[in-house]
Design a protein around this ligand. Structure first.
Ligand code: HEM
Length: 234
């Protein structure tokens, strides 16, 4: 009886989109774009480190007071965190489910021989895992300050320099940023195809845009650990 009631109910639009392969790809594309927008803002903010502690810490304070007095202290930041957190989770879950679906759809003999996924697919999967681990470490390091050697509330500049003064951490940051560049390059291109933005001419433009975005973001992010490593930022 209970089964009959469940099957009688028409599936919701959101449920149907989420269950379909193309729907999951669209979710990945849209959430990827949201994260990309965040990264563009984040890299611009990070580069302020080259203007000294005063300017960088002032920027850190500003993020927490955006929208005041209409918004309360940190409300804007929490809204951004909620949107970003939702995007990261949806992106990761859809990626995992799509890869399971892809594996299940392969003919048995390929599945048994563990047919190798393409270079791009492997790069995206491993890049995604590295970035997931990086985000967890990064938030513990510079937001909650749990693993930060300086851990001074309201002093992001000093916390950043203290963190990147550890060679192993600097190496991890640089490796993660290289993975980020590859992930953005392929991800942006895939998203453009999923969202149907390809014709011969547009294809060339989008490929160029994907390369340029990946390069600018990777160099911009890597500049900070390199700046600390070389003593330009101290
Ligand atoms: C070398 C590269 C990076 C540096 C130097 C850096 C620096 C920072 C700093 C200083 C903060 C703390 C800001 C504050 O509390 O005022 C922060 C927060 C954060 N960063 Fe990064 N970041 C880098 C790359 C990334 C990347 C690639 C991602 C995402 C994939 C990312 C995601 C985040 C997130 C989610 C937060 C927490 C924001 C919050 O909730 O307060 N960062 N980053």
């Amino acid at each position: 009886m209970a089964l009959a009631t469940r099957t009688d109910r028409p599936p919701s639009l959101i449920g149907s989109v989420w269950r379909s392969t193309v729907g999951k790809k669209a979710v990945m594309a849209v959430t990827g774009m949201i994260m990309l927008a965040y990264l563009v803002a984040h890299v611009v903010g990070n580069l302020k480190v080259f203007f000294g502690a005063g300017e960088f810490n002032h920027y850190g304070h500003w993020i927490r007071t955006v929208g005041e007095p209409f918004l309360h202290y940190e409300w804007f930041l929490w809204m951004a965190r909620a949107a970003l957190g939702t995007a990261v989770v949806l992106h990761g879950v859809a990626a995992y489910q799509l890869s399971r679906r892809d594996l299940a759809a392969r003919p048995q003999k390929y599945a048994r021989k563990r047919q190798r996924a393409s270079y791009a697919t492997r790069t995206m999967r491993w890049g995604g895992v590295i970035l997931g681990l990086f985000i967890v470490w990064h938030v513990l390091d510079l937001t909650t300050l749990t693993v930060n050697p300086n851990a001074e509330e309201g002093r992001p500049y000093e916390n950043l320099v203290a963190s990147l003064d550890r060679p192993a951490v600097t190496a991890f940051y640089i490796a993660a940023m290289l993975a980020l560049g590859l992930h953005i390059r392929h991800g942006f291109w895939s998203a453009a195809q999923t969202l149907g933005a390809n014709s011969a001419r547009r294809e060339r433009v989008l490929k160029f845009l994907a390369d340029a975005l990946a390069l600018v973001l990777t160099c911009g992010f890597i500049a900070v650990p390199v700046g600390v490593l070389t003593g330009v930022v101290s």
